[in-house]
Design a protein around this ligand. Structure first.
Ligand SMILES: [Zn+2]
Length: 112
């Protein structure tokens, strides 16, 4: 399975297409398709049929469509800028993704 430079929970910026310049959080990745689902990005309107038994009302529902990861850049939690991703091995042997701009570690929770 090919691995992606973006991971679930990352904050990413769209660098191409209609949502260019917008940021959002990665909800899900699809490594095989090289695509990711990003919160608030590439929202399409899905027409849904009402399903009374499951309590679903019909109508037009906005949902995210997967976007190709080549259109995404990870936003660094350290310097808050979109960056290319490097790799580093920590002293304890864990591999982490790092920011190519500030060398900050990308694999951590956003606190801002
Ligand atoms: Zn950085």
């Amino acid at each position: 399975m090919p691995s992606l430079h973006v991971k679930k929970g990352d904050r990413v910026m769209v660098i191409a297409g209609g949502d260019r310049g917008r940021t959002g959080r990665v909800l899900r990745v699809f490594p095989k398709e090289q695509r990711a689902l990003v919160e608030g990005i590439r929202v399409v309107k899905k027409h849904r049929r009402p399903d009374r038994a499951r309590g679903i009302r019909g109508g037009i529902v906005p949902i995210e469509a997967p976007i190709h990861v080549s259109n995404l850049m990870v936003v660094c939690p350290e310097c808050s800028r979109p960056t290319r991703v490097g790799h580093r091995r920590l002293e304890d042997g864990t591999k982490v993704r790092v920011c190519k701009r500030c060398t900050g570690v990308l694999d951590r929770e956003w606190t801002k």
